[in-house]
Design a protein around this ligand. Structure first.
Ligand SMILES: CC(C)(COP(=O)(O)OP(=O)(O)OC[C@H]1O[C@@H](n2cnc3c(N)ncnc32)[C@H](O)[C@@H]1OP(=O)(O)O)[C@@H](O)C(=O)NCCC(=O)NCCS
Length: 192
């Protein structure tokens, strides 16, 4: 069995490396492929906070002193009208290419299952890339069934009668330009 341990803050560099490798590998995904330019700085901030959070656990698999795989599980609230009231959300699952098909994710998930039992969580959920045959085969083999599809539709820009140059001087963004206004929005648990 591949040894698995809980990550600590001292593993931050490794966690950033593995989780960004996962994101880079998903570069063709409509959800995970659009990385921000300052992704490394943001990743360090985000992953540090996650490593410090008492409601989640990042697991690392090691072989010969090297970290070869990662899996994160978060205690998440269920829908207020539905059972279960809490479940484990699994994310950030990545095994370095040279260590694949050796039971690494099986071992990480085994440890995550223990964590669920310790917290009296009786369900695990995750999002996975629909187009990845490897991810599909893995989650099928490990007992995760598909119960929903995440559908994505890009909202086309608002049609405008004025020419683009005139819009820019009026302070309205050009087509494709990112809005700068800060708004509060609910965060759905779709995460790598
Ligand atoms: C998906 C991934 C995490 C699997 O990790 P792994 O350590 O290689 O998986 P395991 O060796 O524990 O395999 C568990 C089972 O999954 C299935 N499986 C894994 N990889 C597979 C593949 N390439 N083709 C077919 N089945 C596969 C097998 O049934 C396997 O059991 P077996 O080897 O006894 O037949 C790894 O390939 C990876 O990191 N891929 C890139 C990132 C990614 O897709 N992450 C998942 C995001 S949702």
């Amino acid at each position: 069995m591949v040894p698995v341990r809980a990550a600590t803050l001292s593993d931050l560099d490794t966690v950033v490396t593995l989780r960004l490798a996962l994101l880079h590998e998903a570069h063709e995904s409509p959800v995970y492929g659009r990385l921000r330019t300052d992704v490394v700085r943001l990743a360090r901030q985000l992953y540090r906070a996650q490593l410090e959070s008492p409601s989640e656990l990042t697991l690392l698999a090691e072989l010969d002193g090297a970290v070869i795989g990662i899996l994160r599980c978060v205690e998440a609230n269920g829908h207020p009208l539905l059972e279960p009231d809490r479940y484990a959300y699994v994310s950030s699952v990545y095994v370095v290419p040279s260590a694949r098909r050796k039971g690494v994710v099986r071992a990480l998930l085994g440890r995550a299952t223990q964590w669920c039992r310790d917290r009296e969580l009786d369900e695990m959920r995750l999002h996975s890339a629909a187009a990845s045959s490897t991810a599909n085969a893995t989650w099928d083999a490990l007992g995760f069934t598909v119960v929903e599809h995440l559908r994505v539709c890009r909202v086309p820009p608002r049609p405008s009668k004025r020419p683009a140059a005139e819009q820019a001087t009026a302070g309205v963004g050009k087509p494709g330009q990112r809005a700068t206004a800060t708004r509060t929005a609910a965060r759905a648990p779709v995460e790598r």
